[in-house]
Design a protein. Structure first.
Length: 443
């Protein structure tokens, strides 16, 4: 698992309910295993909502506070703290269902004109619209990412109570259609009950973004009572919840805490958590021994192969890391994060063949997910080694754009435009960055 370097600078995100409240930044936690587990949990919910599981990603924000939100119809963002706080798969699915309801009910579309303009101008997707405002102008951040009219209190995520009530109803309908026990939605709201009496600074963001009221709670309880039914077998959902939460906790909690909880357990999730904890401790030999055992026991799991590659790579076992990542790519050839790790490992070999294969893998990763700044960093290095300075400058420019460093992005985009054939795909992408930088300067 890796922290994605680009920032989500959103006044709304951290709820600057008062304009004077400082804006903070958080990174995305990008991990193919966790994102796959969350997608499996979300799939039946999204289908029930009439949304495409392949076009609506579930992304994790590296923040210990409890919150979840949507920017547009392409992603649901959930704080790592909320994932770790919840106790059941149904509870997490109820959060996803509620956010999916905001998308399905058109709450975002009604307030999203500016974000569409930003995406059209930049061509870099929602991540640029969010991250570009890291130039320091919090009002511009809210304006670009959230389509505000200039007021921090009217940002995209400040849902009205009427919208929240509507999302409760639709979200519950999606849960029931997916065979999930509707009482999970009540359990989630109970976690936050009573926080509205706290001062704004002490509340979790979820309370400020999703206003709780006694009426909402009564209405939701009534809806659940009126729609009692037999929930579907949740064994599959329980597994993916345990896997996502287990891996996230292993990477974020103290290693000794994790090792105490998995001691004596031999199931795959416990073995995975132990390998991660030993790696972070650090216990090099113990970590490599544990991850090799796990990968050997489950040879058809691409995410265990990816974790094996990460641990080996970070312990400078470069050739072995290439082999592990290569198995992961063979098992999941379209996974951009695994492809990115494979390319990163190949670059460490620093051979002509390795560099050529790295460039191919990193280009495939970039084509599938252009919002991973690590891939763009490595892709720039691969282009440079291949004697392609124009494309190297383009990758650097796009990486800086994702990090919100728009002046640096414009500098490298200008270099790329000067070196690439006019009208080519690369030249057009460089123009996208230049236009985005110019628009932010005007704002």
């Amino acid at each position: 698992m890796h922290l994605s370097p680009f920032k989500l600078i959103l006044a709304a995100f951290f709820w600057a309910v008062t304009v004077a409240q400082p804006v903070r930044a958080a990174s995305l936690l990008r991990d193919p295993d966790i994102e796959h587990a969350l997608s499996e949990l979300a799939r039946p919910i999204l289908l029930a909502a009439g949304l495409s599981p392949s076009n609506t990603r579930i992304l994790v924000v590296d923040d210990r506070s409890l919150n979840a939100f949507v920017v547009d119809g392409r992603a649901i963002f959930i704080h790592s703290g909320l994932i770790l706080k919840l106790e059941t798969a149904g509870q997490l699915q109820s959060v996803i269902a509620h956010e999916a309801a905001h998308i399905a009910n058109g709450h975002i579309a009604r307030r999203g004109a500016n974000i569409r303009n930003a995406q059209t101008a930049a061509g870099l997707g929602v991540a640029l619209a969010i991250a570009a405002a890291a130039s320091g102008n919090s009002e511009a951040a809210a304006g670009i990412a959230a389509g505000t009219a200039g007021s921090a209190q009217r940002v995209l995520f400040s849902h009205t109570r009427a919208e929240e009530a509507a999302a409760d109803q639709s979200g519950l309908r999606f849960l029931l259609s997916a065979g999930v026990d509707g009482s999970a939605a009540i359990e989630v709201l109970e976690i936050f009950r009573g926080q509205e009496a706290l001062s704004v600074g002490r509340q979790d963001p979820y309370v400020r973004t999703h206003p709780l009221t006694a009426d909402r709670m009564r209405q939701l309880r009534g809806l659940v009572a009126a729609n009692e039914g037999r929930a579907a077998d949740s064994a599959t959902a329980d597994y993916w919840f345990a896997r996502a939460q287990g891996k996230l906790s292993a990477f974020t909690h103290n290693s000794n805490w994790t090792l105490r909880r998995v001691r004596g357990n031999t199931d795959q999730i416990s073995l995975m958590r132990a390998a991660i904890a030993l790696h972070r401790k650090p216990d090099r030999d113990g970590a490599i021994r544990a991850i090799n055992q796990l990968a050997a026991a489950y040879p058809n799991d691409p995410y265990f192969a990816e974790l094996q590659g990460q641990i080996l790579l970070e312990n400078r076992q470069f050739a072995a890391a290439v082999n592990a990542y290569g198995r992961g790519v063979n098992l999941a050839p379209d996974n951009a994060l695994i492809l990115g790790g494979y390319g990163r490992a190949l670059l460490t070999l620093d051979t002509a063949d390795g560099n050529a294969r790295a460039l191919q893998a990193l280009q495939r990763a970039r084509d599938r997910d252009g919002q991973d700044a690590r891939v763009l960093r490595d892709l720039a290095q691969a282009h440079a080694r291949a004697g392609q300075p124009g494309l190297a400058s383009l990758a650097i420019a796009e990486r800086y754009a994702l990090m919100g460093r728009m002046s640096d992005a414009a500098l490298h985009a200008g270099r790329a435009a000067d070196q690439l054939p006019r009208g080519s795909v690369g030249w057009q992408r460089a123009q996208d960055v230049l236009v985005a930088a110019e628009q932010l300067t005007r704002r």
